[in-house]
Design a protein around this ligand. Sequence first.
Ligand SMILES: Cc1cc2nc3c(=O)[nH]c(=O)nc-3n(C[C@H](O)[C@H](O)[C@H](O)COP(=O)(O)OP(=O)(O)OC[C@H]3O[C@@H](n4cnc5c(N)ncnc54)[C@H](O)[C@@H]3O)c2cc1C
Length: 360
Amino acid sequence: MFEIPVHIVKERMSFIPKKYIENNDDFPYLGIELLQSIGLMSLNVPTEYGGKGLGHDHGNFGILKALKQIGAYDLSLGRIYEGHLNALLLIDRYGGQNQKMDYFQQAMSGKLFGIWNSEFPSEPLEYQTSGDGGILKGAKVFCSGASNIHRPIVTAAGPQGTRMILLHMDQYELMEDMTYWKPMGMRSSVSCRFDFTGTVFQEDQLLGGVYDYVSEPDFTSGAVRFAAVQLGGAEAAIRATATHLKNLNRTGAPEQVSRLGRLAVLRETGMVWLKRAGEALDSRYVDPSGTMHLANMFRTVARDICEEVLKICEMAVGLQGMMEPHPLERIHRDLSVYLKQPGPDRTISAIGTSFITDYS
Ligand SMILES: Cc1cc2nc3c(=O)[nH]c(=O)nc-3n(C[C@H](O)[C@H](O)[C@H](O)COP(=O)(O)OP(=O)(O)OC[C@H]3O[C@@H](n4cnc5c(N)ncnc54)[C@H](O)[C@@H]3O)c2cc1C
């Protein structure tokens, strides 16, 4: 079975050549190049299509470890890579034979995929059938990766309901609207708005059926992937803090040692949960409700861990960690933004309901 080259990622990332350090607000071109060079872009493409075949009913822990590693390297890159894996998963689950052959081949040869679902209620993305395909009206926001994503999947409301459409961005000339993307962190995910009004597509670009995008258990349990990336951000904050304390010879102070101890416990807690979530994901079609329950708990605990880690690191490093060029400055901003994922209250309520119904 294919072993995820996580050690390679780690090795390379622990002595990342200067050229791979992109401490700016641009799309992480070099990070993508790095992932392509170590074969991570086809991690969940099935083996019969030439990929590594992880993330279906086995190997999800490996995927989560890779996501965490990449998140530790750069959270924006982690966000973009997570979208790529999610899109390939949707193609595998809902694509026809020709779509799989075509799109998996494209992923293998370097095309980037993504999933753009978020929109403002005032300008929802809709489509009308027209000729051999359809035409879009409306916009999407938070389109991570922007025009660098060659094959985004967008969700759009059609005559029968919402469907997924695979867009070929190289065939359109769409304007990246960055007006709505001025966050304090995660800027290099370049999560812009696109107005797709007038964009046409062919029938074979429609993916799956009506409401397949939100079908369970995949929709809810998919949250474990962004939680894994978030834990990578926590890992980076812990590393930056430990290095800072060592460099300043501040590891002898009992308060700092106690903080390091708490960080070590939080780090290990995240790792234990990551493994449990990966194993649960492997059996999501056997135990759908159990997997969704666990995924909801994992994303909740991952956020709690990250928030606690940031709080401790902030105190341990002090002002230096709030200023460039200290690495904690950017990690802190990026992670604070990336922790904002949809419906945290709804998630905890779902856990409570599921607990009282099925597990108590
Ligand atoms: C860096 C980054 C990149 C992203 N990239 C993409 C992308 O590529 N594609 C994409 O589709 N999306 C993307 N998104 C958007 C993402 O999927 C979510 O839409 C977004 O993170 C939601 O965050 P929110 O805080 O607005 O969530 P909300 O769900 O609005 O939560 C905010 C608060 O409101 C509460 N709340 C939620 N609903 C209600 C309600 N009905 N009544 C009362 N309270 C409520 C929540 O519990 C929470 O406390 C990205 C987001 C980030 C941060």
